[in-house]
Ligand binder design. Structure first.
Ligand code: C5P
Length: 220
């Protein structure tokens, strides 16, 4: 049996990018490595939680000792999240693609010799964080979102918290100069109804441990 402040608690973590198909061999993705989500899942596990880890195609392996659910697309991630509920806390660290290709081809697209490129139409993906935050029944007691921003980080993240209806937003600056996206370190500000708390730049594992401790405190 697990020991620790989160023993007997079920928590859900989403992580990684999603891949949105263009045709059977091509997709649209983003630069998320899954490192921060993976570290959070491991830290929650280390506090004794039963962790369901819903992950897109990440470049780091999932942690051991958690229930791993692998998905590719945002639509599949939403389905996996719904199937994993109820949970006492849900941490949405995935970098979900905002759009999917509407007219994805079922066989490989070919150049037709005309010199013309194909046109792509996009549809907006479901916002998993907003949907779970808005659940009238079965909403996790604590819903945590992330805000990867390049400008006006705190103002944008504060607005995002209200728009999405989550309890906390973990904001970070992913401007290329910070080296945070895909890097080993993170500098975050945790925004809750009580205000904004900026943490010093530290390794992603340290951010995860501090966040997991704060989650355990909130659920206590
Ligand atoms: O709106 P934005 O993508 O910046 O919001 C980021 C937060 O929302 C992250 O917590 C992310 O995991 C979550 N999200 C989601 N489903 C989406 C888009 C974002 O769960 N389709």
């Amino acid at each position: 049996f697990a020991k620790g402040p989160l023993a007997g608690r079920h928590v859900l973590v989403t992580s990684g990018p999603t891949h949105e198909p263009i045709d059977p061999v091509r997709y649209i993705a983003n630069r998320s490595s899954g490192a921060q989500g993976t570290a959070i899942a491991a830290a929650l596990r280390d506090l004794g939680a039963r962790v369901t880890f819903v992950t897109g195609p990440a470049s780091v392996p999932p942690p051991g000792g958690v229930d791993v659910v692998r998905v590719e697309t945002a639509a599949q991630m939403l389905g996996a999240v719904e199937a994993a509920l109820p949970a006492e806390a849900a941490i949405f660290a995935a970098a979900v693609a905002d759009w999917r290709v509407m007219n994805a081809a079922t066989s490989k697209m070919k150049k037709d010799g005309s010199g013309k490129a194909p046109a792509m139409e996009f549809a907006q993906n479901p916002d998993i964080l907003a949907q779970v935050s808005g659940l009238a029944q079965g909403r996790p007691a604590l819903v945590v979102g992330f805000a990867a921003e390049t400008d006006d980080v705190i103002a944008n993240a504060t607005a995002k918290r209200l728009r999405k209806g989550c309890d906390w937003i973990v904001a970070n600056d992913v401007s290329p100069v910070t080296g945070i996206m895909g890097g080993a370190e993170n500098a975050v500000t945790v925004i809750s109804g009580d205000g904004a708390e900026s943490w010093p730049r530290m390794g992603k594992a340290a951010v995860a441990q501090r966040l997991a401790a704060k989650i355990a405190e909130a659920l206590a």
